[in-house]
Design a protein around this ligand. Structure first.
Ligand SMILES: [Zn+2]
Length: 349
């Protein structure tokens, strides 16, 4: 048995000495030291030896294990020294080898579509407004004709940030409308206002909702607001058609249905003809129409509240679901993917 062990080590030692890279060493290590390797097989054979020989055989098996381990360590050191030497002298450097690949980033589909829309709208004379995501109850609700205890508050499940309910995570980008209108009122009072006033507000909004493929607690909207003399539903329809042409690259048929939203009067639901089918598909739920956005003429109460005389001025507003539009554009079937941070998803764009 002792002889067997010595004779077992010699070929292993020779293989280790001849190894030229880590892969080879690792292979030898697997075949000898790992589970199911040479040493393990020897240890497993010990119980079948006659009693007196067992202690010595065990000792030798351990010695073999240590010898292999030491030889491997020595070989790794030798390889490391060689590598360092090669690096120092430049020998073995191959300038034709491809370099390490740096993975490139790209625009998130939400950002890409937002930028496109910003370009489109600024080309039509709109300004891009920004507002706080933590908003006062006043701007998010009251200034928009949704007083406390108004049933419309139940339409939006709100994240409240304090016990008095004064601060909320904004539930819609319409919250910025009130801020924009108040600034506009200052301009009008100062005699600086040259109508019309046109603004879009892209941004994140929040709802306390159970999430599923079509609901997410955080999503993106883009508010649009136009105020001027005799602004009508016709202007609104024109702007919406331009918007859809920009997004889908061709003319898209639209229709307006009456809809109730406290901050517009009259209010509409705007539907767009499904861009994916002619006879109905899963996206349009077989109806060939897709519910796209609520819109309408700004409610006189909202203008009044913000200091703008509704007798002289009128306007329209729309609340585009940006997340939804991005999903439509790219055929994404689960809204949660957008903010998942999942690279497998993001790398497709
Ligand atoms: Zn369809």
């Amino acid at each position: 048995m002792t002889e067997t062990l010595e004779s077992l080590f010699e070929p292993i030692r020779a293989r280790i000495a001849a190894a030229t890279d880590e892969d080879e060493l690792r292979k030898i290590e697997r075949e000898t030291l790992d589970k199911g390797g040479t040493v393990a097989a020897l240890l497993a054979a010990i119980p079948s030896l006659p009693g007196p020989k067992r202690p010595l055989a065990g000792k030798r098996a351990n010695e073999l294990k240590n010898a292999i381990g030491a030889a491997l360590a020595e070989a790794r050191e030798r390889l490391a020294r060689l590598a360092m030497e090669r690096e120092r002298t430049g020998a073995g450097f191959d300038p034709t080898l491809p370099g390490a690949r740096i993975s490139r980033g790209g625009l998130h589909p939400l950002v890409a579509v937002t930028r496109e829309l910003e370009d489109l709208f600024t080309s039509m004379g709109y300004v891009v407004l920004d507002g706080p995501e933590i908003e006062t109850d006043y701007h998010n609700f009251e200034a928009l004709n949704i007083p406390r205890d108004h049933p419309a508050r139940d339409m939006q499940d709100t994240f409240r940030l304090d016990l008095e309910g004064k601060l909320v995570l904004r539930t819609h980008t319409s919250a910025v409308q009130a801020r924009g209108l108040k600034r506009l009122a200052d301009e009008i009072r100062a005699g600086r206002f040259a109508p019309p006033f046109r603004a879009i507000v892209p941004g994140k909004v929040f709802r306390q909702e159970t999430t599923d493929a079509s609901h997410e607690h955080t999503f993106h909207q883009m508010e649009g607001l136009v105020v001027g003399k005799d602004v009508s539903v016709g202007h609104l329809i024109g702007a919406m058609k331009t918007l859809l042409r920009g997004v889908f690259g061709r003319e898209i048929e639209i229709r307006l249905r009456p809809g109730y939203f406290p901050f517009v009067e009259p209010g509409f639901e705007l539907d767009a003809r499904c861009p994916f089918c002619k006879e109905g598909c899963s996206v349009c739920k077989r109806s060939t129409w897709i519910e796209l956005l609520p819109c309408g003429l700004v409610h006189p109460n909202v203008l009044q509240e913000c200091g703008i005389d509704p007798e002289h001025w009128s306007g329209f507003a729309f609340g585009l679901g940006l997340s939804r539009l991005v999903m439509l554009r790219y055929g994404i079937d689960d809204v949660r993917l957008l903010l998942s941070g999942d690279l497998r998803f993001l790398e497709q764009f």
